[in-house]
Write a protein that binds this ligand. Sequence first.
Ligand code: FAD
Length: 419
Amino acid sequence: MQTDFVELPLTGLEEPLSEVELAVQDNAHRFAAEVMRPLAATLDRMTPEEVIAPESPLWQVLQKAEGLGLSVLQMAELPPLERARLFAIATEELAWGDGGLAGALLVNHFPVMYSLLAGNLEMARYCEGKLGCWAITEPDHGSDTLHPDVEIGAPGKPYGQPNCSARIVGDKVVVNGQKSAWVSGAMTAQVCALFCHHVDEQGRTGPGVAVIVPLDLPGVTRGKPLDKIGFRAMNQGELYFDNVEVPLAHLLAGPETYHELAYRMLCEANPHVAVCAVGVARAALEHAVAYAHERRQGGQAIILHQHVRYRLFEMFRKVEAARALARRAITYNATAPRPAIIASTAAKVTATQTAFEVASEAMQLFGGNGVTRAYPLEKLLRDARASMIADGANEMLAIRGAGSLIDPSRLRQSATGGD
Ligand SMILES: Cc1cc2nc3c(=O)[nH]c(=O)nc-3n(C[C@H](O)[C@H](O)[C@H](O)COP(=O)(O)OP(=O)(O)OC[C@H]3O[C@@H](n4cnc5c(N)ncnc54)[C@H](O)[C@@H]3O)c2cc1C
């Protein structure tokens, strides 16, 4: 029989990968298949307290992940394009293994990444090898933290009191307050990249301070690990700061440089969530294609029913498009003179929306089996759903990203009648 079947590479319609890229992909894929998938299934059913307990399989994953050799500091020495591609390739494989564990591995590197973005090599070296987290959102401030100038707040309304702030006193940064229950990795982290408000000598608050806080300092406490629907292998929870004194050398940005660092941080973090979401979407697509071959209805494998083929095609098309945009945004931002926030938010919004749509359609394709815990779809759908809020709710990221389209010079022209 004439067949159009094509055996695609792991990541679909790919231009040929270099030898190094293939090796990194192969290594990450094996780790995802052999270590992450089996342990993620166990972690998903554990309570949040059990996930972080000393006997939890989480520690095996973290320990074995060291063998992947994904050192941010070492990768920083590579040319930007090469580094960006390798990161995207490895991250997609890890998230294909499990979105929650991929997130848990990623956030551990955030303090190193943000130190490098701030140009603080000393702090990057200090954080390398330590479990990390990144805390920006607060109980009363989530979406509005996406833009320190409250461009995202309600017009004309005051920002309200921050829940967490820092003063710079002599050679110390003194932190007080609390971060939200959503800080990924907060329960296990040793260091935190903290982004919060600054309080000046007159007691006025404004953006902002970014500082690396060692979480064993006196005055740091943690809340309870959060119970949630998706990414259950990635712990989350509050951090509390009571007059925590951090050496000034740990400062990544003060009021003058906060805006730029917060901007670059969003440009960096969002595409990582995007490639994670592509990995989740691809896992759902692969399960759906496999099931459509196995499941027989009406006397034949359901993949031979035309409408099933149409639905699989739609899923494939969306995964390819999301990956293409995620890779494009990551490489654009790595090589542009200044990264564009519209690139990173477009990638994140598209890929997480795709992951949700593809996981949902895959669940539908599994019929009744899709909603049982014996099959992997219900977990993929829960993970995909959480990704639409992680790192910024998608609709708010769209508003933030669209800021890149506003050309102030044209605004002035239209305000003066176009001359
Ligand atoms: C899986 C996951 C991982 C996360 N990891 C981290 C982390 O590592 N570190 C960290 O600090 N935070 C983290 N977060 C928090 C995340 O960034 C926030 O949940 C997100 O930014 C939304 O903030 P919020 O939950 O306070 O929602 P809110 O800001 O309260 O928003 C609630 C709703 O109101 C809408 N809304 C809000 N403001 C406006 C407006 N001005 N105009 C129109 N609509 C508006 C939003 O779109 C949303 O639908 C994580 C969250 C999740 C789910």
